[in-house]
Design a protein around this ligand. Structure first.
Ligand SMILES: C[S@@+](CC[C@H](N)C(=O)[O-])C[C@H]1O[C@@H](n2cnc3c(N)ncnc32)[C@H](O)[C@@H]1O
Length: 196
C-alpha cells in the first residue's frame, strides 16, 4: 500500500497554505485550562496555531514522517497513534479537532466513536471537512482517487448520520466556501467511563 503522507511530509507545509484559524477557534471555544487534541494533525499546520489559547495541544498522527515535521512547533506535543485506538482514557479530553483528515481515516465511523469515547462530558469535537456536494470537491476526490488514495468524502448530512451517538449532538456550521465544520458536543450528563 502506498504511504502518501510519508512521501508528502517534507513538502506538506509548503504545498498547503497555512490556515486561518479564527473561525475554528470561535467554534472550538477553548478555555485556558483545556487540553486540545488534534487527531490526524499531520505536521501541526493547524494545531501549532492553537497553543496560545489552551493548556496544551497534543497532535496524534499515524505517519511518523508527518509527526517529525511538527517537532518544535509552538509547544505541540506529538503522539504516534492511529485514531482507531487512541491512547487516552475515557472522558479525558476537553477539545478535539480533525481537519482535512476524516476522509483519510480507514474506519471513519469507528474513528468518530473512539473520539467521542475520550471526550469529556460537555467536551467538543470539531471536524473540518470538504463538502463533497460542491463540484470542486468532487474534482479533489477524483484527483485523490487517481493517486490511489483511499479517501472517502462525506456530505454534511452524512457526517451527522455517521456520528449518531446517544451521548452526543451534532450541528453543521458552513463557512461559505468549500468546507464545513461538524460540531459534536458530548452530553454534559454522559458517563465519563470512570465507573467501568
Ligand atoms: C490531509 S492530512 C491533514 C493534516 C492536518 N490535519 C492538516 O490539516 O494540515 C491527513 C492526515 O491524517 C493522517 N491519518 C490518516 N489515517 C490516520 C489514522 N488512521 N490515524 C491517525 N492519523 C491518520 C495522515 O497521516 C495525515 O497526516
Amino acid at each position: 500500500m502506498i504511504d502518501h503522507f510519508s512521501f508528502l511530509a517534507p513538502y506538506y507545509d509548503s504545498l498547503i497554505a497555512p490556515p486561518d484559524t479564527t473561525r475554528l477557534k470561535q467554534i472550538l471555544d477553548i478555555k485556558p485550562d483545556n487540553w486540545v487534541l488534534d487527531v490526524g494533525g499531520g505536521t501541526g499546520r493547524v494545531s501549532s496555531r492553537l497553543d496560545d489559547d489552551s493548556r496544551g495541544v497534543i497532535l496524534v498522527d499515524i505517519s511518523r514522517p508527518m509527526l517529525k515535521q511538527s517537532q518544535g512547533k509552538n509547544g505541540v506535543i506529538p503522539v504516534h497513534s492511529s485514531v482507531n485506538r487512541l491512547p487516552f482514557a475515557d472522558g479525558s479530553v476537553d477539545r478535539i479537532i480533525v481537519v482535512d483528515a476524516l476522509h483519510h481515516f480507514n474506519k471513519p465511523e469507528h474513528a468518530v466513536r473512539e473520539m467521542i469515547r475520550i471526550l469529556k462530558p460537555g467536551g467538543r469535537l470539531v471536524i473540518e471537512e470538504f463538502d463533497v456536494n460542491i463540484f470542486v470537491v468532487k474534482l479533489i476526490a477524483l484527483v485523490e482517487r487517481l493517486f490511489l488514495m483511499k479517501s472517502r468524502f462525506f456530505t454534511p448530512e452524512e457526517i451527522v448520520n455517521l456520528v449518531e451517538s446517544p451521548e452526543a449532538s451534532t450541528r453543521i456550521v458552513r463557512n461559505g466556501r468549500i468546507s464545513f465544520w461538524a460540531v459534536i458536543e458530548k452530553d454534559a450528563q454522559a458517563s465519563d467511563g470512570s465507573s467501568h
